[in-house]
Design a protein around this ligand. Structure first.
Ligand code: CA
Length: 415
């Protein structure tokens, strides 16, 4: 399968991908798909009559969020993607041959602004990497009992805050908060000293369930539209003081960045892999057979102000102990209703070796093993002026798709 649009070698946005996003140049933000180094304007080609017969209401791609399109359901998602692949395939001239339309519907990605692709109603953050949970438990509790008793029996999670989920590229100020030093008798207030990233991915709900109606583990993947990269920024010193007994609060809700292009479950299909073996056996509502994990290579870079990017972590989504299907089945088993556009993040994705740990907390082991940077500085946590970039892609049998990147720069705390 080849496209008539030039696709650079190692592009994340091959014809096998077709990820959905919201962009703007002139005029209103609207829906597009990424192909090579360009954006295809879905609103323009729909208006031109090239997306007929697949159940798309007039104007659905003119909305500044994808929720309306996503709510049309899985049959429409698949048909739209198939039709776009057809239009972009070498040998198809319906779009390629229409020069007037091409001028109005193809734009260089570098010339457009990307926006948050969905209106996020609710956001849940899981804690589903065994390696990450083990590292954190080893550091803060007891190496012999690093995992809490519930961890192997259910996908631990907490309800996060949707309002502070922002698009890649949005700078933010180092948050302030209340912390308690180890040797102190009273807390102090000020900028966090332990600002950290968390390498995560998030899935986006595409099919809602009614209040009181659980989603089974077998049907859970049908409820997921696609995935994005997710940087769940964390202030470790604030977290340590505030999190007992109800869990994370202000240490987590000051900013979380997402990548702009939603890679669909259809595009991810060829990259399925088995999950790690679950021992002890899980309860029956969490049991599933087959491959429900995905082989997605992940990378984190730190870019000090004015410097070149430095890779400090390489991990993979396939290390996740709990699958997205299990997370969603668990989330809804009590009857909790999910809505279109809701986001569920994986939790920090750490691998088995120190170079695959998905947070500075683990990479620097609570600051005891500083990372040497090429410019001669060192990092225990993230400094003002640093940009953190996360990337993700899948590759198998010569086919590559990817997520592009999520990037964010840390500005000094506000006075
Ligand atoms: Ca997190």
């Amino acid at each position: 399968m080849k496209s008539w649009i030039p696709i650079p070698v190692d592009s994340d946005f091959t014809i096998h991908n077709i990820p959905f996003g919201i962009f703007s140049n002139e005029g209103q933000a609207r829906a597009g798909v990424a192909i090579g180094e360009q954006v295809l304007d879905l609103s323009a080609i729909h208006d031109a009559g090239l997306l007929e017969g697949i159940g798309l209401p007039t104007g659905v791609f003119g909305s500044p969020v994808l929720n309306g399109y996503i709510a049309l359901g899985k049959i429409v998602w698949t048909a739209t993607r198939q039709r776009l692949i057809q239009l972009l395939s070498l040998g198809n001239s319906e779009l390629r041959g229409n020069e007037n339309l091409l001028k109005k519907c193809l734009f260089a990605q570098r010339d457009v602004i990307m926006h948050l692709p969905v209106q996020v109603g609710d956001y849940t953050d899981f804690y589903s990497s065994r390696e990450h949970a083990t590292n954190v438990g080893t550091m803060f509790r007891d190496p012999a009992n690093a995992l809490l008793p519930n961890w192997l029996h259910l996908p631990v999670g907490y309800h996060g805050r949707a309002s502070s989920i922002v698009i890649s590229g949005t700078p933010f100020h180092r948050p302030k908060g209340q912390t308690m030093a180890d040797d102190a008798t009273a807390p102090t207030f000020g900028p966090t000293r332990l600002l950290d990233f968390e390498l995560e991915m998030a899935f986006i709900i595409g099919q809602p369930n009614a209040l009181g109606e659980p989603v089974s583990v077998e049907k859970a993947e049908d409820h997921i539209f696609g995935m994005v990269l997710f940087n769940d920024w964390s202030a470790r010193d604030i977290q340590k003081w505030e999190y007992v007994p109800l869990g994370p609060f202000l240490a987590k809700n000051f900013a979380s960045h997402v990548s702009p292009w939603i890679v669909t479950m259809d595009a991810l299909e060829p990259f399925r892999v088995e999950s790690p073996k679950q021992e002890p056996e899980v309860l029956s509502y969490l049991k599933s057979t087959g491959e429900h994990n995905f082989d997605i290579a992940l990378e984190v870079q730190i870019v000090p102000d004015g410097q070149a990017p430095h890779t400090i972590c390489r991990s993979n989504f396939k290390y996740m102990y709990w699958s997205m299907a299990q997370q969603l089945a668990h989330h809804t088993v009590n009857g909790c209703n999910m809505r279109v556009g809701d986001m569920c993040a994986s939790g920090t994705i750490s691998g088995p070796t120190p170079d695959s740990y998905g947070s500075m907390l683990e990479i620097s082991w609570k600051g005891t093993r500083p990372v040497q940077m090429p410019d001669g500085t060192e990092r225990k946590f993230i400094l003002d002026g640093d940009t953190v970039i996360m990337k993700g892609h899948c590759e198998r049998n010569g086919i590559r798709i990817g997520f592009g990147e999520v990037a964010a720069k840390v500005l000094p705390a506000k006075n």
